[in-house]
Design a protein. Structure first.
Ligand code: KG4
Ligand code: ZN
Length: 378
């Protein structure tokens, strides 16, 4: 079967086409992402209404590119009835710019050979989610293709099955992104329990905010990672805190770390220059890694997990991988370790397609699909 997937939960506009056989062997036909990183850099972060406008601009061009790459874009003059035009307009009532781009597309190309549409309907930035959801509804209605809504956090986990569908359960998943930090017990695909999560900032948000304090660009995670990688020197004198590292629960808290960085950075002499920034970057990264590893390995032990799965933008951090791979249990192969490659750690629609495959029987009439910014995986 062929799945067309749409992802707009934050500031990346993604459309992928995935071919899957009944055993869950996948072939990626296309995976196109239009990133808004340059806008994020200019304004120092993501602003939902601005991101929504960009999704409206990007979705049709990204769809064209994705179908073309997959060999599914076929020209044909399509007559559009007044009814079809009116219903599409109604579906995209709140996305008029997208409607304007979609109608000429519908008139120019034939229905592609796609069996299922999957779309992220949460969690994420609600105005952004709605653009993707309404786009999926319009395509589903116009082409008469079934549509399945999928959870973004589950997608960050299941992207790990792209090349290996034999994950042993129970597994512990650590999903760490700009918006979320969650430890999840995975009893099987579709069977989840959230063990703990951040009480304030997400790990990625902490990377981003600390980077901003250090005068670095957005998104801060990859910049801090790069600086930390280059840093060779003595351990920092700052001794940043490791918030909640020894608590008995599986929750996290990162806002205190950001405040500690603020005060430590104020004391840093200007003479420290760029090596001072690099040292602080290394220290911030290590403080976050220490907490993530300690809490995750506690969950792995407490639940006798056979596998450990990482996902989300922060899981692109190679130092985090390296240090997880050095922990007892993981380093001797008792616990199978899964982490996506960096391009699949950050938001993309291939993960939405994979999750759509596992939930292919849970399609819904397009009229009933809604976005939910606070959607839970449980
Ligand atoms: O999953 P994602 O693309 O979007 C959300 O759903 O939030 O995650 C984005 C987050 C940003 O906070 C970014 O700074 C962080 O992932 N990130 C990293 C790295 N690459 C991206 N954090 C640490 N190290 C990295 N290499
Ligand atoms: Zn994400």
């Amino acid at each position: 079967m062929k799945i067309l997937a749409i992802e707009t939960s934050c500031d990346d506009t993604g459309i992928a086409i995935l071919e899957a056989d009944s055993k869950g062997h996948f072939k990626v036909l296309s995976n196109i992402v239009a990133s808004q990183t340059e806008i994020g850099k200019k304004y120092g972060g993501v602003f939902p209404m601005m991101a929504k406008r960009e999704h409206q601009k990007n979705l049709v061009p990204v769809l064209v590119k994705s179908l073309k790459k997959a060999g599914l874009l076929k020209r044909m003059v399509v007559n559009l009835s007044n009814d079809k035009n009116a219903t599409t307009k109604e579906i995209l009532e709140r996305e008029p710019e997208l409607f304007k781009k979609l109608i000429p597309f519908f008139k120019k190309y034939q229905k592609p050979y796609v069996d299922l549409i999957s779309v992220t309907n949460g969690p994420g930035l609600e105005p952004c989610l709605w653009v993707g959801v309404n786009f999926a509804k319009a395509l589903s209605y116009f082409w008469d293709i079934p549509v399945v809504p999928v959870n973004h956090i589950e997608s960050h986990i299941l992207v790990n099955t792209l090349e290996n569908s034999n994950i042993k359960f129970p597994a512990i998943a650590l999903v760490v992104s700009g918006g979320h930090t969650q430890l999840i017990l995975v009893k099987g695909i579709g069977k989840y329990k959230i063990l703990g999560e951040t009480r304030d900032d997400a790990a990625g948000e902490c990377f981003d905010k600390c980077a901003k304090l250090l005068g670095l660009n957005y998104p801060g995670g990859p910049i801090i990672a790069k600086l930390a990688e280059k840093f060779v020197g003595s351990p920092t004198p700052h001794k940043l805190p490791r918030p909640m590292i020894n608590t008995k629960d599986y929750d996290f808290s990162f806002s205190g770390l950001k405040t500690a960085v603020l005060y430590a950075w104020r004391k840093e002499p200007a003479s420290a220059g760029s090596s001072g920034v690099a040292r602080m970057a290394a220290e911030v990264q290590q403080a976050i890694i220490d907490v993530l590893i300690k809490k995750t390995m506690k969950a792995v032990k407490d639940f006798n997990a056979k596998s450990l799965i990482l996902g989300g933008g922060v899981s692109a951090n190679q130092e985090l991988h390296k240090q997880f791979l050095q922990t007892p249990g993981v380093c001797n192969g008792d616990i199978n370790f899964f982490a996506p490659k960096p391009a699949l750690s950050t938001d993309n629609s291939l993960m939405t397609a994979i999750t759509g495959f596992y939930h292919k029987k849970e399609t819904k009439p397009w009229q009933k699909i809604e976005a939910d910014g606070n959607l839970r995986i449980e």
